[in-house]
Design a binder for this molecule. Structure first.
Ligand code: DX5
Ligand code: ZN
Length: 219
């Protein structure tokens, strides 16, 4: 199963609703990047704006929290109706508690790793989560170049996930995904792909999503 999750980070806010509506027929999940200007040097959607997006779209929302206090905040996104809530391991003092708080509200749980964080930090938590997110750029901004050096980490994650075959754990990559890099990430074992610029800078976002999915499927 291959999933393409368009990231609306760089979509012009004035046309956000129409833009989201326009990809509802082809995206698998809507990737919502939440940044607080503390965990990363950028600020995006407030909680109220996130809530509105989650309520308005027919797509399942994949919330990616780049915030410094996920242990206090993450459950709110699940409560608001996000289908999946991902927090950064680097920002969490009590990941097990946060995992439970998200699950309690019926969302899938993801844990994200920045490029400098090794997979061994996440490995002991893998059996408790539904998705591992390996960042392929430094979190904070769209439009950066894909870090191919992260593929070792993706391969490692794939191996560990396959060993836990009683659970449906997704393996997501985020940052610099294009028609070229999606194949590289797919080959390393990713099955869930975030794409910002590759979708929304394309002439036709719907065609771009389908092409990304079909390209990944050729591997
Ligand atoms: C970066 C965000 C990404 C970003 C991806 O911190 O987490 O989701 O929007 O954008 P592209 O695909 O353009 O790299
Ligand atoms: Zn993201």
């Amino acid at each position: 199963m291959i999933r393409v999750c368009p990231s609306i980070l760089n979509v012009e806010r004035a046309i956000l609703s129409e833009t989201i509506a326009s990809i509802e027929s082809s995206a698998d999940l809507l990737h919502l990047d939440v940044m607080d200007n503390v965990f990363v040097p950028n600020q995006t959607f407030t909680f109220a704006q996130s809530e509105k997006i989650i309520k308005e779209t027919s797509l399942p929302v994949d919330a990616h929290l780049m915030i410094s206090d996920p242990d206090d905040q993450a459950f709110k996104y699940a409560q608001a109706g996000a289908a999946s809530v991902t927090f950064h391991l680097e920002a969490s003092a009590n990941p097990l508690k946060t995992i439970e708080a998200i699950k309690e509200h019926g969302a899938r749980v993801g844990i994200a790793l920045k490029p400098d964080t090794g997979f061994e930090k996440l490995a002991p938590l893998l059996e408790f989560i539904d998705m591992a997110l390996i960042m392929t750029v430094e979190p904070g901004f769209g439009g950066q170049s894909f870090m191919q050096t992260m593929m070792g980490k993706v391969e490692e994650a794939r191996k560990e996930i396959d060993a836990l075959d009683f659970k449906d754990i997704w393996l997501q990559v985020d940052g610099g995904i294009s028609l070229e890099t999606i194949l590289i990430a797919r080959a390393a074992g990713a099955d869930t792909f975030v794409a910002g610029n590759a979708v929304f800078k394309a002439d036709n976002p719907i065609t771009a999503i389908d092409l990304l999915r079909r390209t990944a499927a050729t591997y």
